[in-house]
Design a protein around this ligand. Structure first.
Ligand code: S3P
Length: 449
């Protein structure tokens, strides 16, 4: 389990000429949903390209605990024999979701309207994160939750035996909350309606439609009104998971800041609710090109080419773009250090409740490496030093957060002195092949000792 092992200190040294093809792993959001929806369908769902990071493996184990059969072929094809909507069995042990907020929140939603009880726990990072944002709307279905102070894990969820359908406006921009309510709505009679004021990633809606549910989205004055017809029989699917744009962000950003680089990330998901980082980087002057744009399995995909971009400029990132790049602000802040001028990031309060407080974690490490950062509750500003002027030389804490660890390692690929990360272990939660992939491109990232 992530976060339970011995720390793995890692050091990034100045590199140049990153070249080649970066075959980043499958999309984490789509991978979790493939397993959960596969477990709620009747029959066999087949998944290729599944992310085999610890977060997703924990979700696979959880689906087995709820009664689905989940197997993996030697070639990496996954098979999920679902138990049908409302068919979950009661797990006979505690469900450990490791480091994964997405895993635990989606699974809580999926089981919330079945007459079973389950207890959830996670690692030290997950057990600090707020769960009331999910258990509050689940209570409207008739689901009960008992957890630690502040709505923290470990937590027991008692599924509603006679669930009511729900109409719920999500108070924070969160695809996890939206998805938990929709998954709970699957086993409630009638229509469950979820309203979000800001568009967040819509994989759950797209995939529910693919699995045969009746689901519509209407854009109104209230926001996006998503209406799901309850108690469908979900049809098993064959899913090819696109590569994760949030993982692609690391080699792409590394290429932009290292002299002479030119890399290609084939087949990455470019769902507009996920692609905000690439828009932002282009506005900063990054040499980024989408090639071969197409649609696969209901998701837009393309091949992304990224080249060294020595003349990056800091920009004001529009706050309305935040949801579409929420996981990418840490690595954006690393790139912003190499830009001329300031990069202003507003409307990003959610960064404070991720695997770590990501504003605090990045600001501390950036300052230690000679970069000036200002911050408030829901904003931060990175004062760029320009290419060639980032001092580096410090150790940064990863705080059990994969994206913090990878962002500082990217930062260290163009700093004057190497940058050390105290623990690269958490990288395995989302990007288990990070070290090998970066080494193959020519990046000098080493384990200490
Ligand atoms: C995710 C939603 C986002 C994101 C997370 C994955 C999802 O979280 O940060 O990495 O798959 O639904 P929030 O819903 O908390 O914004």
């Amino acid at each position: 389990m992530s976060g339970h092992g011995t720390p793995i200190p890692m050091i990034a040294h100045r590199s140049c000429g990153l070249k080649g093809t970066a075959e980043v792993p499958g999309d984490k959001s789509i991978s979790h949903r493939s397993l959960i929806l596969g477990a709620m369908a009747v029959g066999e769902t087949v998944v290729t390209g599944l992310l085999e990071g610890q977060d997703v493996l924990d979700t696979a184990k959880a689906m087995q605990a709820f009664g689905a059969e989940v197997t993996r072929d030697e070639d990496g094809t996954w098979h999920i024999h679902g138990v049908g909507v409302g068919g979950f069995a009661e797990p006979d042990q505690v469900i450990d979701c490791g480091n994964s907020g997405t895993g635990v929140r989606l699974i809580m939603g999926a089981m919330a309207t079945s007459p079973v009880t389950a207890t959830f726990t996670g690692d030290a990072s997950l057990n600090k994160r707020p769960m009331a944002r999910v258990t509050d709307p689940l209570a409207l279905f008739g689901t009960q939750a008992v957890g630690r102070a502040g709505g923290r894990l470990p937590m027991t969820i008692v599924g509603a035996a006679d669930p009511l359908p729900v109409r719920y406006t999500v108070p924070v921009p969160s695809a996890q909350v939206k998805s938990a309510v929709l998954l709970a709505g699957l086993n409630a009679p009638g229509q469950t309606i979820v309203i979000e004021q800001e568009a967040t990633r819509d994989h759950t809606e797209r995939m529910l439609e693919g699995f045969g549910a009746t689901i519509t989205t209407e854009v109104t004055d209230e926001g996006r009104v998503i209406t799901l017809q309850g108690q469908p029989e979900l049809q098993p699917q064959t899913i090819a998971v696109p590569r994760d744009p949030s993982s692609a962000a690391f080699p792409v950003c590394a290429a932009l800041i290292t002299e002479g680089s030119d890399i290609l990330v084939p087949n990455i998901g470019l769902n507009p609710t996920r692609a905000g980082l690439f828009t932002t980087l282009r506005e900063m002057g990054a040499d980024l090109i989408y090639e071969n744009e197409r649609e696969e399995g209901g998701e837009p995909v393309a091949d992304l080419r990224a080249r060294f971009s020595p003349d990056l400029k800091g920009i004001d990132v529009p706050p309305e773009r935040a949801a579409s790049m929420i996981d990418e602000y840490p690595v954006l802040s690393a790139v912003a250090a190499y830009a001329e001028g300031q990069t202003v990031m507003r409307g990003v309060k959610e960064l404070r409740v991720k695997e770590s407080d990501r504003i605090e974690a990045m600001a501390t490490g950036l300052r230690a490496n000679g970069i000036e950062v200002e911050e408030g509750e829901d904003w931060w500003i990175v004062h760029g030093k320009g290419f060639g002027n980032v001092t580096g030389g410090a150790t940064c804490a990863s705080h059990l957060d994969h994206r913090i660890a990878m962002s500082f390692l990217v930062l260290g690929l163009a700093s004057n002195a190497p940058i050390r990360v105290d623990d690269g272990g958490p990288i395995a939660t989302s990007f288990p092949i990070f070290e090998g992939l970066m080494a193959d491109l020519g990046a000098d990232i080493r384990r200490e000792g």
